[in-house]
Design a protein around this ligand. Sequence first.
Ligand code: ADP
Ligand code: ASP
Ligand code: MG
Length: 825
Amino acid sequence: MKVLKFGGTSLGSAQNINKVISILNNYAESDTIICIVSAVGGITDKLVDAGELAKIKNKSYTDAFKAIKQIHIDIVNELIPTHSDSYRDESVIARIEEKLQVLKSLLDGIYLINEISPKTTDKLLSFGELLSSYIISETLKSRAIDSELKNAQDLITTNSNFTKAEIDYNITNTKIRDYFNTTNFKITILPGFISKSDSGEQTTLGRGGSDFTAAIIAAALKVERLEIWTDVSGMYTANPKVVKQAFPIKTISYQEAMELSHFGARVLYPPTVQPVLDLNIPIVIKNTLQPNARGTFISKRVTDKNSSAISSTPIKGISNINNIALFTLQGNGMVGIPGFSKRLFETLAQEKINVILITQASSEHSICFGIDIKDADVAKTTIDITFENEISLHKIDPIIVEKELSIVALIGDNMKNHQGISGKMFSTLGKNNINVRAIAQGASEKNISAVIAEKDIKKALNSLHEVFFEGNIKRLNVFITGVGNVGEKLVEQIKQQSQYLKNNLKINLRVVGLSNSRTMIFNEEGIPLDSWKEQLQQGEKSSFQGFLKTVKQLNLRNSIFVDVTSNSDLANLYPKYLRNSIAIVACNKIACSNDFKDYKQLKKLSLKYNAPFLFETNVGAGLPVIDTLNNLMASGDKITTIKAVLSGSLNYVFNNFDESIRFHDVVKQAQKEGYTEPDPRIDLSGVDVARKILILVRESGLEMNLNNIENVSFLTQSNLESDTVDDFYNTLIKDETHFQNLFASAKKNNCQLKYVAEFNNGKAKVGLQEIPQGHPFYNLEGKDNIVMFYTERYPEQPMIIKGAGAGAEVTASGLFADIIRIGNN
Ligand code: ADP
Ligand code: ASP
Ligand code: MG
């Protein structure tokens, strides 16, 4: 004999009810089946709503009623079609309409008296299960399946604690045994959740209570197992509707299942475990929509070490409860005086308020506890009354209530044998900028729970799940602003490398947001990169603020913002990103080369909010210049001198300039090939190089600003004073002799012209130099960069980094490398 319970999620439509019937049929071939059913999916909520509307004298309760009626009629029409001449479905519809008429009268009554008591609530909610069990039973009969309907209200006997009645096991067990001793049907259908008090009033077992009905019957009859059929393939490592990566737990102990359900895993109603536990009747959670899936086996002993092959964590699952209010009672008058907590919790017990979590600091200066938000107002009022005297004497403060909170809990029997779990839990939450309001850990160490803001719950569940269950695969959520030349290359590289990253670095990199100057798009699951351009074209209008707002709202773990613009307004938003623990990767140089104060502040924020701020591509595109410098510094070395050629554009210009060509034409060519900024004066004036050496100096640990850098320009006065780019080009033609003279002088001295940045003795300068043969800069080709670091450990032979220092492909790969650095962190 087996007890099978089908939840509302399995009974939402005629189609799903047919699935249930086919499962029952299968089982009944070889066994006797007791089948407990919930109300049709969503009906109990609808009944609650209708009752509330009627209570507040809102006429639309009749619409709510009509909707309830229609759902049931539609299901019957589909399950028992009129052409089925073997069965008189008309009578079924008639019976259902009769029952619904009683429901309508009850709602009318509530409307009239403008009130709904717990007793009436139970009467009202009972209709859900009464109707569903009747429909299913009639459907079985219409298909000539050997079955019987039994009203569980005749068997399950409770006290009069309406809406969550307590079972009288003596009476209930006897009634159940007596009834099943006398029947002999293959399948018996019973409504779950509903019961009667010993005085005959209708009661219910609490929301979700059909699971409990099934467990009570299973225990009374000592059946071989209890199966709970629902819409997911078992008890998952976390709520699968919130954590996409969650997976079914294969085996789990009663205690763990109880903890998980108590802390919010709705798949099992918490009291369900109790009746079957002592008798060691296993509970199996199964999926009606995928009956072949293995499901979760709940029993006393857990045989296989863990539910998952890839994880060796002692954590079985992570669950959460939303709608929590946190109360703090504190005051100097509490210290060392016994009885405060007793009075506090007695007060709550009298009001039947369930306390979900308690913490008390060892100073005894405060007690903190979490309850369901719906109880918050009553709790506050009664506590204020209980401690009225102490509050007026300022021995304790008026109670503090915080709302919009959730509890997240890690659960596992084996946690006590492992160190470092809570450390890992809280560092994960901290890294993701999730503030912990209170912590509780039972001495049994089966659970560690933390109270956090409700808005962070999704991020918390996902990041904890990643750390404890996902075999160290780390998900990075990337948001890119500025998908022009470089940005486009970056997206292509990400697309190409994503499988490699997963396989080799255990990084799951997703591009979640993209924007250019016109439009922006977001997709929490990752933008499909095959068609990102088309999608972006159809995106919403972009703005820097709008982009930031969405990144914040999405509130995803491991978020990385990538700035591929050269915009100063965007650089001004960096503090806002960092303050939300969103990492930044920038090729935009502005933030690091503006005022020193701003640069310093970004560094501070990055540390404070645990949000990396990386800008390797600010100097030498993809060359590892800043990373090398940081590593030298981290290992205790000190930079004494830097000599560098840092401008790919200027290098290109002087490598191609000689007596056979006009300086003007070379610059034009460089611009055409994309080696200069749109305004070539930014490169030729040396400002760009000055910014780069400034960044290197700052990263070497020195305070410096742009105006401290000596910039001896090789341009003429009229070049520098030109108003527009065209104007500038004209002055280049006019001053051709000046440039030819520069070249001739270098040639005469057997030198090459290179634009050099230098830092020495605490001072920095940039300017054009004649480089003699044999010098490392002499043979620098094309758009290459070179940086020489002289340090205390490299005093004579510098550390040299050399290679292509400009171009979209290498810059994109430099950005990519920064993203990976964050991933590997
Ligand atoms: P039923 O109507 O079948 O009783 P419930 O809605 O009561 O179904 O419970 C099933 C739901 O529980 C799932 O759809 C899922 O959203 C939720 N749930 C929450 N936490 C978990 C978890 N850890 N494992 C599985 N399901 C969970
Ligand atoms: N129908 C009831 C509810 O929705 C009981 C149950 O489904 O378990 O709470
Ligand atoms: Mg349920």
